[in-house]
Design a protein around this ligand. Structure first.
Ligand SMILES: C[C@H](O)[C@H](O)[C@H]1CNC2=NC(N)=NC(=O)C2=N1
Length: 117
C-alpha cells in the first residue's frame, strides 16, 4: 500500500514547479482531516484545529513550528484561545505543491496527541 502522505518526505520544491490544479491535488486532499482542512481559491490550504484551552493550542503551535523548521516549509499560524488556524501554500510557486499536503498531514498526526480521550 502506498505510504500515507504523513509518512512521505517533503519534496524540495523549486520555482520551476507549477502550482497543482484541483484535479492534481484532489487525491491528496482526501488524505487530510476533512473536519480541519479546505483548499481556498485553489491557492492555499486552510486548516482550523480546536483545543481544550490556550495552553494546548500554544504547545501545538510550537510543535508545528518546529516541524516547519525541520522541513524548511513554513505555514502562516494564527493562535487564539482553544484554536489554531493554519494557512499553508508554497511561496516559491505562489500556489499549492505536494509538500503543502505532506505538511498538513503531518500536522493532523501531531494534532492526534491533543484530541480528548
Ligand atoms: C527564503 C526561504 O528559503 C524560503 O522562504 C523557503 C522557506 N519556507 C518556505 N515556506 C513555504 N510555505 N513556501 C516556500 O516557498 C518556502 N521557501
Amino acid at each position: 500500500m502506498a505510504s500515507t502522505l504523513a509518512d512521505q518526505e517533503c519534496e524540495a520544491c523549486t520555482s520551476a514547479d507549477e502550482p497543482l490544479t484541483e484535479d492534481e491535488y484532489a487525491n491528496y486532499l482526501t488524505e487530510l482531516d476533512d473536519s480541519v482542512w479546505e483548499v481556498v481559491d485553489e491557492y492555499y490550504l486552510e486548516g482550523t484545529y480546536e483545543f481544550e484551552d490556550f495552553r494546548d493550542a500554544l504547545e501545538f503551535t510550537y510543535e508545528i513550528g518546529e516541524l516547519a523548521e525541520e522541513e524548511w516549509h513554513h505555514p502562516d499560524i494564527h493562535l487564539t484561545w482553544g484554536k489554531v488556524r493554519v494557512e499553508m501554500w508554497t511561496h516559491k510557486i505562489d500556489g499549492l505543491h505536494k509538500t503543502d499536503f505532506v505538511m498538513a498531514a503531518r500536522m493532523d498526526r501531531i494534532h492526534e496527541e491533543y484530541e480528548p480521550n
